[in-house]
Design a protein around this ligand. Structure first.
Ligand code: ATP
Ligand code: MG
Length: 337
C-alpha cells in the first residue's frame, strides 16, 4: 500500500541495568506506522509492548536505556528525525511528545491531574503545542471534548476528572492525546480498564477519529478481539521481539508462528472477555533477564525442531513484509511482500 510512512522503527534495543544484571526488554524490534492505518501490537504481559511505546516517546523509566536502533519520524521528508538520537529533555523531543505523537494510557488518570478541571488541563496541553490566546485555547478544548463525544462540552470543561465516569474520563484522555494535533497516536491498552460496552464505544471513537484525521495508530492490547476489530496490520511480540508480522486477515486465517496460534487458541470466541488466560500455552513468559538460548519461545513451543530451535535464533521478520521469526516456517515461502 502506498500510505505514507509516519514512523520507521528499526532494530530497537532497550536494556534495564541494575545490580542484579542486565534485562534486555527489547531485543531488535522493527516495524512501520503508516498514516491512516492501525498497527495492532499484541503479546502476553512483559513482552515489551509498553517499553516500545515509551521508547518512541522517550519516557522509558530509569534505569532503562536505548542501546541500539533507530526510530525515524517522517522518514524521507524535511521533518525527518531519529527519535533515538534526541535528548529526552530537549525542546525538540518535548515538541514530539504530545505534539507530533500523542499517547493514550490504559488509566486516563495517568495523564490527568485531580487538582484541575478537565478544561484547564486540555487548554494547557493545547497551549503547549500552539501559539494561540487563552480564549482560543478554551474554544479548542471545547471543540476537542465535542469531537470525543462528550455531551455538553461547554459545561463539562469545568468538571474535575473524578466527577466523570471511567468512559468519559477515557474520552478526556483521548482529547488530551489529540490536543497537539498529532500525526501518530499510541494507545497502550486504552480499553482494558473499561466494561465491555464502554470498551466498544471507545474503540469505535478511536476508529472514527483516526479516519477523520488520517492518524497513524499504534494500538497495544493483549486482546485478540480488539485486534480483530481495529488493526490493519499486526505485530505479535514475544520477549522483546516481533515474532510475527502480517495483515490482520492473515494473522487470523493463516497464523504462522506457533506463539500466534497459541494466542488465538486462547480466545474461545472473538470478543471474549478481556484478560483471558493463555491456558493453551504451557508455562509462563520467561523473565527477559533469563532469556532462553536459541528461539526465545522454544521452551514453551509444542512444535520445536530440536537443536535448531534450542541453539539458534531465528532471524527477525524484515520490516514491511509478512512473516514469522520461526524455523518451522520456511522463511523463503513465509516472508512475503
Ligand atoms: N522500570 C523497569 N525496570 C526494570 N525492568 C523493566 C521496567 N519496565 C519494564 N521492564 C522490563 O521490560 C519488560 C517489558 O515490559 P513492558 O512493560 O513493556 O511489558 P508489556 O508487554 O507492556 O506487558 P503488560 O501486558 O503487562 O503491560 C518487563 O518484563 C521487564 O522485565
Ligand atoms: Mg504494558
Amino acid at each position: 500500500m502506498a500510505d505514507r510512512t509516519s514512523l520507521a522503527v528499526r532494530d530497537l534495543a532497550v536494556e534495564f541495568r541494575s545490580e542484579q544484571g542486565v534485562v534486555r526488554a527489547l531485543d531488535g524490534v522493527s516495524f512501520d506506522l503508516h498514516a491512516g492505518r492501525t498497527l495492532g501490537v499484541v503479546g502476553e504481559s512483559g513482552c515489551g509492548k509498553s517499553v516500545t511505546a515509551r521508547s518512541i516517546l522517550r519516557i522509558v523509566d530509569r534505569p532503562g536505556r536505548i542501546t541500539a536502533g533507530r526510530m525515524i519520524l517522517d522518514p524521507g521528508t524535511p521533518r525527518e528525525v531519529d527519535l533515538a538520537q534526541l535528548d529526552p529533555e530537549s525542546k525538540e523531543m518535548r515538541g514530539v511528545r504530545g505534539g507530533r505523537v500523542g499517547l493514550i494510557f490504559q488509566e486516563p488518570m495517568t495523564a490527568l491531574s485531580v487538582h484541575y478541571t478537565v478544561g484547564n488541563q486540555i487548554m494547557e496541553a493545547v497551549l503547549q503545542h500552539a501559539d494561540i490566546s487563552k480564549a482560543e485555547a478554551q474554544n479548542r478544548a471545547i471543540e476537542l471534548l465535542r469531537e470525543v463525544g462528550i455531551p455538553r462540552p461547554e459545561t463539562r470543561i469545568s468538571a474535575y476528572p473524578f466527577e466523570l465516569s471511567g468512559g468519559l474520563r477515557q474520552r478526556v484522555g483521548i482529547a488530551m492525546a489529540l490536543a497537539g494535533d498529532p500525526e501518530i497516536v499510541i494507545a497502550d491498552e486504552p480499553t482494558t480498564a473499561l466494561d465491555v460496552t464502554t470498551q466498544a464505544q471507545i474503540l469505535s471513537l478511536l476508529r472514527r477519529l483516526q479516519e477523520e484525521k488520517n492518524i497513524a495508530l499504534m494500538l497495544i492490547t493483549h486482546d485478540m478481539g480488539v485486534i480483530a476489530e481495529m488493526a490493519d496490520e499486526v505485530a505479535v511480540m514475544y520477549l522483546g521481539r516481533v515474532v510475527e508480522f502480517a495483515p490482520v486477515e492473515e494473522v487470523f486465517s493463516e497464523p504462522r508462528h506457533p506463539y500466534t496460534r497459541a494466542l488465538l487458541r486462547a480466545v474461545p470466541s472473538i470478543l471474549a472477555t478481556p484478560r483471558q488466560r493463555l491456558s493453551t500455552i504451557g508455562g509462563a513468559v520467561p523473565h527477559p533477564g533469563a532469556r532462553p538460548s536459541g528461539c526465545p519461545f522454544h521452551p514453551r513451543c509444542s512444535e520445536q525442531l530440536g537443536a535448531l530451535c534450542t541453539e539458534q535464533s531465528p532471524r527477525p521478520v524484515p520490516p514491511g513484509r509478512s512473516g514469522a521469526a520461526c524455523f518451522k516456517v520456511d522463511q523463503s515461502e513465509a516472508v512475503t511482500a
